[in-house]
Design a protein around this ligand. Structure first.
Ligand SMILES: O=c1ccc(O)c[nH]1
Length: 347
C-alpha cells in the first residue's frame, strides 16, 4: 500500500524520538543510488524537525562484480565506506548515522560504533517501515528475552520436520534488535524485533531441516522441498535435498570460502507486526527480508560471518534462514514451542 510523506515523516519522528535525537545533535544520513527516495526525504525532514544538524553522505556502490544478485546482503564485509576516510571521519563525529545504504557486518561499522556513534539501519521500503514502527514495548519484551539468552549455556532446537540441533553458548554476546538506538554506540535495524547470540566456535552439532515453506535469505524464497543440513563442530558438513538444496549449494560454492559453512547467529523472532507470509506478496528485490527475520516465533539461524559479535570470521557469504514450527530450549527452559513464543519464560 502506498505511504504518504506525512505518514513516513511521523514514523521517522517516532523512531528519532525513541533514539533520543535532540536539538543540536549531529545526524548523518548515509545513502546510495539504491536508497528509497521517500525514506531519504522524510528522514531528512524529521531530523531537521528534531532540531538536528543534518548531513547527507551519498556513496557509490561496490562489489557488483562479486555478488550474484543486487540484494544488499548478498556480499557482506567490504562496503563503499571501505578506504573512505572522509566519510568515516564524518560518521565517527556524528551522534547518530541513519544507514539507508547498508553497512551491515563491516569493520567500518564496528569502528564507527566504537567511537560512540549510534547506527540505525533502515533499508526496507516505506510500507514495511510504517507497518513496523518500533515501540518501547517491543524493546522491553526483546530485552526480557535477551536476559535469559545471555545466561544460557546451551540451545536445543527441534521440529516436526526433523530438526534436532544443539548449540553451546557463552563465548559471544547476545544482540537484541528492536528498531531504535537509545544508547551511544548502539546498532539497530528498523524494522526488527528479534534477538540472537552466536554459537561457541565449534559448538554446533546435529541436524537442521529447512522445511517446505521455510525461507532462505538473501534468496527470499520459500523452499518447495526439504533441505537437510548436517552440522558437526560448528560447520555445515552436508546440504541434502532436491532443487532448492542444489541451488543453495551452488550459491555458497560461488564464494569459494570454507567459512561460508560456519554457523553464525542463532535466535528467534518476536515481532507481531512482521509476518511469514509477506514475502509472497512483494517483489523480492524490493525488500531485504526483515519480515522473515523478525516474525514472531521463528527460529532464525545464520551462516557465515561472526565478526559482528567479535568473532574471527568475515566471510562475505551470509545466509539468514528463519524456520517455522520449531521448539527452542535454553538449558531446560522452552522459549519457543512449536513456533509460538512462550513469554512466561522471560518473566
Ligand atoms: O537485522 C539483521 C539483518 C541481518 C542479520 O543477519 C542480522 N540482523
Amino acid at each position: 500500500m502506498p505511504v504518504s510523506d506525512y505518514q513516513m515523516v511521523k514514523a521517522w519522528d517516532a523512531v528519532l524520538k525513541l533514539s533520543k535525537v535532540e536539538r543540536g545533535q549531529k545526524v548523518t544520513i548515509l545513502c546510495g543510488p539504491h536508497t528509497h527516495p521517500q525514506t531519504l526525504q522524510t528522514a531528512t525532514i524529521a531530523a531537521q524537525a528534531a532540531g538536528a544538524v543534518v548531513t547527507r553522505i551519498d556513496l557509490q556502490p561496490i562489489n557488483a562484480e562479486k555478488a550474484t544478485s543486487r540484494d544488499l546482503m548478498n556480499y557482506l564485509g567490504e562496503t563503499p565506506l571501505t578506504n573512505n576516510p572522509v566519510a568515516l571521519a564524518a560518521m565517527k563525529n556524528s551522534d547518530i548515522v541513519l544507514d539507508l545504504m547498508l553497512l551491515l557486518f563491516s569493520p567500518e561499522q564496528m569502528e564507527i560504533l566504537e567511537s560512540g556513534t549510534k547506527i540505525l539501519l533502515a533499508v526496507e521500503p516505506p510500507e514495511v517501515l510504517v507497518r513496523a514502527v518500533p515501540t518501547e514495548a517491543d524493546r522491553e519484551r526483546v530485552l526480557a528475552a535477551s536476559r535469559l539468552l545471555k545466561s544460557a549455556k546451551r540451545m536445543h532446537v527441534t521440529s516436526p520436520a526433523g530438526t534436532d540441533v544443539t548449540f553451546k553458548l557463552g563465548e559471544f554476546p547476545t544482540i537484541s534488535e528492536y528498531g531504535f538506538c537509545e544508547e551511544p554506540g548502539r546498532w539497530d535495524h528498523w524494522p526488527s524485533g528479534f534477538l540472537f547470540t552466536f554459537a561457541n566456535e565449534g559448538g554446533s552439532d546435529g541436524t537442521i531441516v529447512i522445511d517446505r515453506g521455510d525461507i532462505l535469505l538473501p534468496q527470499k524464497n520459500y523452499v518447495s522441498d526439504k533441505i537437510t543440513m548436517h552440522l558437526r563442530e560448528g560447520f555445515v558438513r552436508s546440504i541434502e535435498g532436491d532443487v532448492d538444496a542444489a541451488l543453495l549449494r551452488e550459491f555458497m560454492e560461488a564464494y569459494n570460502d570454507p567459512e561460508a559453512y560456519a554457523i553464525a547467529h542463532i535466535g528467534w523472532g518476536m515481532q507481531p507486526r512482521c509476518y511469514w507470509h509477506t514475502l509472497s506478496l512483494v517483489d523480492r528485490e524490493a525488500t531485504s527480508g526483515q519480515d522473515a527475520r523478525a516474525f514472531e516465533g521463528n527460529f532464525l539461524f545464520s551462516l557465515g560471518p561472526n565478526n559482528e559479535a567479535g568473532g574471527p570470521r568475515t566471510t562475505p557469504c551470509h545466509l539468514d534462514i528463519p524456520l517455522r514450527n520449531c521448539t527452542v530450549k535454553l538449558d531446560d527452559v522452552v522459549v519457543v514451542r512449536d513456533g509460538k513464543v512462550i513469554d512466561e519464560a522471560f518473566r
